[in-house]
Design a protein around this ligand. Structure first.
Ligand code: C2E
Ligand code: MG
Ligand code: MG
Ligand code: MG
Length: 275
């Protein structure tokens, strides 16, 4: 039994809740250690331009394979990191890795954009823009090679919007670009398009994967592409899994494709072979 209700009320936790809390505590300890020992790694998934058929960018995706807890998928890792505040450490780690890698590809004569995922909440931190600019400077990475894929699954406090807007604008002026990730499913997508300096939308995989099955979804995707074009945005489709989806998307004005039908997330050495 653990005191959870506050006051002098004592509530017995269910076995499930107890296990959950134990796992969360263990994961947090292990994550701190992994960050300290730089034991996280990054896989990169190619993004292909529909005009040239060439790789124009990659999305950096965090991977954590721990000695004690085993491999922890981003679906569990990111919410945990967000609730403990360790998301900033992960964000900084991914940014540095991405910048170094972008520089290395540029030096090899194959400059490509590297996209990093970040929740809009990460930009609540008033130092975020400064940290990003400093990392770009330290790694000598041109800002134009770095892109943030931003998501928001929750409502944002109104009083934070101004500060977030300022952070993104500062970075955009420096050359960094922003993609609205999971487009069509996020919280207040239209509001973000209205107020944030976004240059691309990434249509969520749940739409892409329903293309074959539903004519309504095809119409929805076509409308999203049209909307994006009207706003002069680059259109990316994520989670392209089948040849059928790939072929259909190639008949639309979609600019960039990403998904298992093209390539899974892979290590740097494997990206190098494909460049
Ligand atoms: P996301 O940004 O929408 O990334 C795409 C996810 O779909 C990745 O999962 C990728 O491996 C997977 N994927 C790629 N192609 C396909 C496909 O054809 N079919 C299917 N079914 N899936 C595909 P992953 O790596 O497990 O990441 C899940 C989510 O976790 C990401 O979704 C992103 O929101 C978040 N995430 C991953 N790495 C980071 C990170 O470094 N920082 C933050 N803040 N979030 C991250
Ligand atoms: Mg993403
Ligand atoms: Mg996405
Ligand atoms: Mg998604």
């Amino acid at each position: 039994a653990v005191r959870e209700a506050g006051g002098n009320q004592i509530v017995a936790l269910s076995a499930d809740r107890h296990r959950e809390l134990n796992r969360a505590a263990l994961l947090e300890t292990r994550l701190l250690k992994a960050l300290d020992e730089k034991n996280l790694h990054v896989l990169y998934q190619p993004q292909v331009n529909t005009q040239t058929q060439k790789i124009c960018g990659v999305e950096a995706l965090v991977r954590w394979d721990d000695d004690v807890v085993g491999s922890v998928a981003p679906g569990e890792l990111i919410p945990l990191a967000e609730s403990t505040g360790l998301i900033h450490n992960i964000g900084n780690y991914m940014l540095r890795e991405a910048c170094q890698q972008a520089v290395s590809w540029k030096k090899a004569g194959t400059p490509i954009t590297v996209s990093i995922n970040a929740s809009v909440r990460e930009f609540r931190d008033k130092n975020m823009a400064d940290v990003v600019l400093q990392t770009l400077a330290e790694t000598r990475c041109p800002a134009e090679l770095i892109q943030f894929e931003i998501t928001e699954k929750f409502a944002l406090e109104a009083e934070l919007v101004g500060s977030i807007q300022k952070q993104l604008e500062t970075l955009q002026e420096a050359g960094v670009s922003f993609v609205l990730d999971d487009f069509g499913t996020g919280y207040s997508s239209f509001r973000y398009l209205q107020i944030l300096p976004i240059s691309a939308i990434k249509i969520d995989d749940t739409f892409i994967q329903a293309i074959e099955k539903s004519e309504k979804t095809q119409k929805l995707v076509e409308s999203m592409i049209q909307l994006g074009k009207t706003l002069d945005l680059t259109i990316v489709a994520e989670g392209v899994e089948t040849t059928q989806q790939l072929k259909w998307l190639q008949t639309t004005a979609c600019d960039i494709l990403q998904g298992y039908a093209i390539c899974k997330p892979i290590a740097v050495a494997d990206i190098n072979k494909r460049l």
